[in-house]
Design a binder for this molecule. Sequence first.
Ligand code: HMG
Length: 445
Amino acid sequence: MTAVGIDAIEIRTGKLRLDLPNTFAPVKGEDPGKYTKGIGIEYSSLPDVYEDIVTMGANAAKQLLDRKGLTPEDIGRIDVATESAFDNSKPVSTYIAGCLEQVYDGDFHHANKGERKFACLAGTQSIDDAYNWIRAGRNRGRAALVIATDTALYERGDPGEATQGAGAVAMLIDEDPDIVALSTEQGYGSADETDFLKPNQQFPSVDGKRSIKVYLARMREALEDYESVTGDTHPDDFVYFPFHTPYPGMVRKAALLGYRHITRGTEIEDALADDIGMQPREDDYPDREAYEDAIRAYMDELKETRRYQEWYERAIDPTVDISGQVGNWYTGSVHVARLSALSAAVENDVDLVGKRLLVGSYGSGAQAEIHSETVQDGWREAVEAVDVAPQLDARYDLDFDEYELIHDVHNHEKEADVEEFTAPEDEFVFTGWGRMNERRYEYIE
Ligand SMILES: CC(C)(COP(=O)([O-])OP(=O)([O-])OC[C@H]1O[C@@H](n2cnc3c(N)ncnc32)[C@H](O)[C@@H]1OP(=O)([O-])[O-])[C@@H](O)C(=O)NCCC(=O)NCCSC(=O)C[C@@](C)(O)CC(=O)[O-]
C-alpha cells in the first residue's frame, strides 16, 4: 500500500513577541521563574496590526506551495483548523484560497474547502480527513493542504494570558510523503467536558486547573484505546513523543504519567525497583484514595531517576523547544511539537529514517487522539527547508505598553487605531472591512 502522510510543512509566526519572564512577569508582580521553570514559555508570538489567522495561514501556505513548486491545480482540498474564526458561515479556507488566487495563475475552484472545529485537536482531525480522502481514492492525484491557524489570546488578567501565542502551520498531505507516513492505528479519549470553551465569544472561558486534569485524563484514555489496537507501548518503540503543547510545563506532567504507564510490567519497572520500588497496583490498596497517594509518591521518585530523565531529554525535550519560544498556537501546537523534534534531529544529525513518533493531540471540551507516524526518506531535506529560526529571530520585541495596545487591536470588542510595529514585505496583509463586513486582504510586494 502506498504511504500517505505529511509531505511538507511550513510555519508562519505572528511577527511580534512578548518576553514573559522579563517584560510580562515584572509588571504582573510575578517571579520570572514561573515562566522559565514552571510554565516554560519564554516568548509569546503575537500578530502585528495587519496580521490575523488568514494572513498567517495564507503566508505559510504560499511558502509551502512555492517551495514544492505547486500550483492551485495540484491541490484538491483545503482544510483549515482553527478556533479563532471570525465568521460563523464562510470558512477561513475560502479567505485563504482567495488570498492565494491573487498571486498564482489558476484557481482553487475545484478544491473542496472546509473548516474543522474541535478546539486544538482540529488540526489533527483535518489531517485525518485528508488521509481518508486520499486513501478512498477520491483525490484524482491531487494533494491536500491542511492549515492550522490561531490567535490564542485570553482576556486581559486571565491566568491563560501566560500561555498566549499566534501562528499557523501549513502541511501538505500526499502519497509517498517526504516527512512522515501516517498509520491506521489510532486511539481516542473523548468526553463532554466544560474546562475551556468559547460560547459565541472571542476569548475563552477557562477553568485552568481543571483543564490540566482533563488533558491528562483524556490522553490516558486515548493511550489505552491506542494500546487496545496495537498492544502495549514501550518507551523504546518511539524516538519522539510530540504532544499537544499549550505550554511545556503541561507536557512535563503528561510525559511523567505516560512514562509510568508504558514502563509498567516492563524490564524498566524491574530495573527501577531497587531504587524506588515497583509501581503501586490498585488491588494492593484498601481504597482509591490510598492507591492514588501511593501513585503520587511513586511518580515523585520516578521523576528524579536518571533513567526517566535521560528518556525525557531524548524523547520529550526536543518536542517543546519551539513552543517555549512561541507559546500556544492551539490547533497548530502539536504540529509545532512534531516540527520541533524533527528540527532538533536535523541540528544534532540524528538519523530518523524508519523511526517512529507517537503523536498525542488534544482539544479541550474534550478529546485526545494518539497515533504513530513513521519518518520517511526525505524528512531531513524537507525539515531543513523550514525557516523556523530566522522567523523567530526576526520578531519585534514588544514592551508592556505596546503589548497592551496590540491586545486591544485584536480584541473584537475594541476599536484601536495603532501603527504597525513591523513593515510588511512579500506577504498577505489584512487591509480592512468590505461592504458586507467581510475581512479584506492584499499581497504586498
Ligand atoms: C496553565 C495555567 C492554569 C497556569 O495557571 P497560573 O495560576 O497562572 O500558574 P501557576 O501558579 O499554576 O504556575 C504555573 C506553574 O509554574 C510553577 N511556578 C510558579 N512560580 C514558579 C517559580 N517562581 N519558579 C518555578 N516554578 C514556578 C507552578 O508551580 C506551576 O507548576 P505546576 O505546579 O503546575 O507543575 C493558566 O495559564 C491557564 O489557565 N492557561 C490556559 C489553559 C491551559 O493552557 N490549560 C492546559 C491544558 S488544556 C489544553 O491544553 C487545551 C488548550 C488550552 O490548548 C485549548 C484547546 O484545546 O483549545
